[in-house]
Design a protein around this ligand. Structure first.
Ligand SMILES: [Zn+2]
Length: 463
């Protein structure tokens, strides 16, 4: 081949590579990678608005305090938890009006009996909106996003002085609202719930009540995304490209028999909440370019000796994770608003980064929409262990709901944090892999015709 032709071919390949790279990683202003797989989801991500997020946080801060014990102040005062709850409800109702009543806006209101940080019986109101799934066979599946709208200052029981709570957790509250606003313009086979709870700072009271209600009513919640402190505090040292995703490894509800199995299999790293964290990591890779914004999995249920509303859902047996900014500034959390020795304290709007919150909202939006579009996970996934052999045979029951058109078997080294390989095995309920089950961790997920993937399920051994 003449040398000129080789060079031309080389240039053509280079140009094609460049075009492909641009298609994969070119950015619009939102930070969302172009060329993403589902155009409906990509459109919802572009709709997320930092300006609107700013307005919402300013509005939440305008209630002075949203501390839970302030719920004896009337909503008409424009201050306190009741006024905030009434506004959240009106905001969800406004989105619903714009989509022809597509959201069911509800409250879960109850009296919390006295508890360590609840000195007297106290009214707590959770406010939520339901975007009902359009497919009767899948509408019973629920994907949920939550943030806590209650706030606090230095004194956990002070219900009168300013507690702006712009970051903790105005930021998580606005994520639930913004997801509701942009996703209510679209329809999904499964149901999405946008939740805002109170009582978090007093002892996770609101989320505990909600999660118990869900469990008692047999709700099929597949995933809970709890956003708490996702404001991206602007203090130097922050990494605005990263949001941490905390997940429990061993389910809080595992009984003795299940713990025994987990210990025997080395399943400590593969509980449903950990699978959800890996799902969020895969959504991050699909919808964001690596340089823009990515979830960082932390294999721990929460930060040292701290907690959040995802615990309430974990304790009722649901997969639930916590999203939190990369680096917290403790001067800007749970503090009276003041300046001391030149240091500003308090959880004020000026410390949060609206573009960062918008990226967190986009990651939540993409995860909610992906799961609500996807088939249910395959049921009763097992690894056959009756015969000792170096191949591994997995069996499962079809994904309920009829959306699945195929299945993928995933695997990784036992010491690897995330899936390293995936094989499309077709629309079957049994697959034999030429790999020893002793050397890798397997999982199975259901896939639909458009490439939406379910949560992954680790197989249990079957003799
Ligand atoms: Zn919080």
């Amino acid at each position: 081949m003449p040398i000129a032709k080789i060079m031309l071919d080389g240039i053509a390949v280079l140009m094609l590579t460049a075009i492909f790279a641009v298609a994969l990683f070119s950015q619009d202003q939102s930070g969302v990678a172009a060329g993403t797989s589902d155009p409906q989801i990509a459109a919802a991500l572009r709709d997320v608005s930092p300006q609107r997020i700013e307005q919402t946080i300013e509005k939440l801060v305008s209630f002075g305090t949203r501390q839970t014990l302030s719920s004896d102040m009337p909503a008409s005062s424009g201050k306190g938890a009741n006024a905030a709850a009434a506004w959240l409800q009106s905001e969800f109702e406004r989105y619903s009006k714009e989509c022809g009543g597509c959201l069911e806006v509800k409250t879960d209101e109850f009296i919390q009996e006295p508890a360590p940080r609840v000195p007297k019986p106290t009214k707590i109101t959770n406010v939520y909106a339901v975007l009902r799934g359009t497919d009767p066979a899948n509408a019973g599946r629920i994907i949920l996003v939550s943030g806590h709208y209650d706030s606090r200052n230095s004194d956990a029981n002070n219900a009168t002085d300013p507690a702006p709570g712009a970051n903790d957790d105005g930021s998580g509250t606005v994520v639930s609202l913004e997801c509701a606003r942009v996703l209510s313009k679209h329809r999904f086979p499964a149901t999405i719930i946008f939740l805002t709870v109170a009582g978090e700072e007093q002892g996770l009271n609101g989320s505990a009540h909600f999660a118990k209600m869900a469990k008692a009513q047999n709700w099929n919640i597949e995933a809970v995304l709890n956003n708490d402190i996702v404001g991206g505090d602007r203090t130097p040292g922050q990494d605005a490209h990263v949001v941490r995703v905390f997940s429990e490894g061993i389910p809080a509800t595992a009984d003795e028999k299940q713990l025994k199995t987990i210990r025997a299999l080395g399943g400590e790293n593969d509980g449903p909440s950990r699978q959800l964290a890996r799902y969020i990591a895969s959504v991050g890779k699909e919808y964001f370019s690596p340089a823009t914004f990515q979830p960082l999995m932390v294999f721990r249920r929460d930060r040292y000796l701290r907690g959040g509303d995802h615990f309430s859902f974990n304790e009722q047996g649901f997969a639930a994770v916590r999203l939190t900014e990369f680096r917290e500034n403790y001067n800007h959390q749970h503090q009276n608003v003041r300046t001391e020795n030149g240091i500003e304290y308090g959880d004020l709007p000026k410390f949060v980064d609206y573009d960062y919150i918008a990226n967190v909202a986009r990651l939540n939006t993409a995860t909610l929409a992906s799961l609500a579009s996807a088939p249910a996970p395959p049921a009763n996934v097992r690894l056959l262990t009756k015969e000792l052999q170096n191949d591994s045979t997995l069996v499962w029951e079809p994904s309920p709901g009829g959306l699945a058109t195929g299945y993928e078997v995933l695997w990784r080294d036992t010491s690897a944090p995330d899936w390293q390989h995936a094989k499309d095995v077709g629309n079957v309920t049994k697959a034999t892999m030429p790999l020893s089950k002793d050397n890798v961790v397997f999982a199975v997920q259901a896939v639909d015709a458009k490439g939406h993937r379910s949560l992954t399920v680790m197989p249990m051994p079957e003799r």
